[in-house]
Design a protein around this ligand. Structure first.
Ligand SMILES: Nc1nc2c(ncn2[C@@H]2O[C@H](COP(=O)(O)OP(=O)(O)OP(=O)(O)O)[C@@H](O)[C@H]2O)c(=O)[nH]1
Ligand SMILES: [Mg+2]
Length: 143
């Protein structure tokens, strides 16, 4: 048994800058998931501090927020059965150097030497995170 779910996906500023938005969306659609909302925007620091509230106080949160505000991100709401864990699997591990080949991070990202890990994609990590993050990025979206 599984439920139809929604998850929040962000193509991060490195992915948009490198022209990889289409490739990320292609992989998500090819897997069988369906985008139900999309928006290209440059996030402000207040939104990003809320988005990454779980990391408040960690040493990398400052550089992380600066990086995430450095250019537009493609925000997507993606729907499918078990889509939350499914897109996390497509994304691969946080560290792109060791992320499995075949995953988005494993195939498309490498360590850049920057203060924060630049890894192309964000995907919600639980149903609770997905609900919170979709409300944050798509406050006007019908549920
Ligand atoms: N420099 C540095 N950056 C980190 C570290 N851990 C996490 N980050 C950055 O912070 C982001 C959020 O961390 P996590 O939520 O733990 O990782 P994640 O869920 O795979 O990535 P997100 O989808 O962006 O949330 C990561 O994607 C990295 O960009 C770390 O130990 N060092
Ligand atoms: Mg995370």
């Amino acid at each position: 048994m599984s439920d139809l779910q929604r998850t929040l996906v962000l193509v991060k500023p490195d992915g948009v800058r490198r022209g990889l938005s289409g490739e990320v969306l292609r992989r998500i659609e090819a897997k069988g998931y369906r985008p139900v909302a999309a928006r290209l925007r440059t996030a402000d620091e207040a939104l990003l501090a809320e988005h990454y509230a779980e990391h408040a106080g960690k040493p990398f949160v400052g550089p992380l927020i600066t990086f995430m505000a450095s250019g537009p991100v493609l925000a997507l709401v993606v729907e499918g059965y078990r889509v939350i864990e499914g897109v996390r699997a497509l994304a691969g591990a946080t560290d792109p150097t060791t992320a499995a080949p075949g995953s988005i991070r494993g195939d498309l990202a490498a360590d850049t030497g920057a203060a924060v890990i630049e890894n192309i994609i964000h995907a919600s990590d639980s149903p609770e995170s997905a609900a919170r993050e979709i409300a944050l990025w798509f406050a006007d979206l019908d549920s």
